[in-house]
Design a protein around this ligand. Structure first.
Ligand code: ADP
Length: 328
């Protein structure tokens, strides 16, 4: 059976981008068709300035939302990264295989480091080495596939490079994984700035729809989405990014393709109204289930404890083998 690994970083409240680009498919497809592991990657949340209590709270919230979005602990393994020591253990060994140059070429590093510097902060070394830890997350479980949004494809490529290099140099140890991407909503964009992605780590903004936003808040954000001064509804990612983003969100929520949908609307207002309602309907069951789960915190606790135990059992043989292969 194909082994699938994917993760979500508790650096902020989960967004519609996380859900449409990743979580929804994990629940609807991956956990049924594969031996799937889903991880709240809390170590990755320490790569930028962070508040310890907030990270802990957001980790718990992310795990709860993953369950609310339909992950079933009977079908998949759900756990928190820091509960399993193997990630950090393997990451160090992979740092001995990766090079400084390839780390500095990572687009996300360049963007995030520049942002930290603009804010006057210093860049943590872990921000540079973050893709190696991500490689460890994936390789420790011998994952075949890593379902990710567009933004993570480069990191999965690096993971493949490191696996191949390690195998060639020290003997076959790792499965070389491949990235898989959702057909629609691979990149949900910020409603106020449709040239940048809807990222949860960004400051709270009217351009980001959070999974726990109340229906009226969702409506307001979608209705105020930035579009352009045209009148006709056409799907053109380059020239009309705001409109294209709305069409893609609507397509992802209600089915159909953005091209087809564009022909069905005579005005931007109608498109926005229908998109808002479609998003509200997609979020409704997730929010209801989230509320139920919050009433039973012991359940989430147990799921995460069992998940970590299972994950540890899967990762340890591979990480032990890597230690032996590299001469430890
Ligand atoms: P974030 O960028 O919000 O911190 P994570 O690194 O936690 O996201 O990613 C969790 C998953 O959600 C990844 O598979 C990522 O590709 C996907 N994802 C994140 N933001 C978006 C987006 N705006 N559109 C589509 N997919 C996204």
């Amino acid at each position: 059976m194909t082994r699938v690994f994917s993760g979500v970083k508790p650096t902020g409240h989960l967004t519609l981008g996380n859900y449409l680009g990743a979580m929804r498919r994990w629940a609807a497809v991956d956990q049924h068709e594969a031996d799937a592991l889903f991880c709240v990657v809390d170590l990755h949340a320490l790569t930028v300035d962070h508040d310890p209590a907030r990270v802990r709270r957001l980790s718990r919230q992310a795990a709860t939302l993953l369950l609310a979005s339909g992950l079933d602990p009977e079908l998949c393994t759900l756990f928190v990264q820091s509960h399993v020591d193997e990630h950090a253990r393997l990451s160090y060994v992979l740092e001995c295989v990766a090079t400084d140059g390839e780390m500095r070429r990572m687009i996300q590093y360049k963007e995030k480091a520049a942002r930290e510097q603009r804010r006057g902060g210093s860049v943590r070394l872990s921000l540079l080495t973050y893709p190696v830890l991500m490689a460890a997350d994936i390789l420790a479980y011998a994952a075949d596939e890593v379902p990710v949004g567009d933004d993570q494809v480069q990191h999965v490529e690096l993971t493949r490079d490191l696996a191949v290099r390690f195998n060639q140099r020290y003997g076959h140890t790792f499965v070389v994984p491949r990235a898989t991407r959702p057909g629609v909503a691979a990149r949900v964009m910020n409603l106020q700035d449709p040239t940048s992605k809807m990222g949860k780590s960004d400051d709270v903004g009217p351009g980001i729809v959070y999974l726990l936003d109340e229906p009226d808040v969702v409506r307001k954000k979608v209705m105020r989405a930035v579009t352009d001064s045209g009148r006709e509804v056409v799907y053109d990612r380059e020239a009309r990014p705001g409109l294209a983003n709305l069409l893609e969100i609507l397509a992802a929520c209600s089915g159909g393709s953005p091209e087809e949908l564009s022909g069905a609307y005579a005005s931007y207002g109608d498109l926005k109204r229908d998109t808002a309602e479609a998003v509200v309907e997609v979020l409704r069951p997730v929010q209801e289930r989230h509320k139920e789960l919050c009433a039973d915190p012991g359940h989430v606790e147990r799921v995460l404890r069992d998940g970590a135990e299972r994950a540890r059992g899967m990762a340890r043989p591979t990480v032990d083998a890597a230690y032996r292969a590299i001469g430890l």
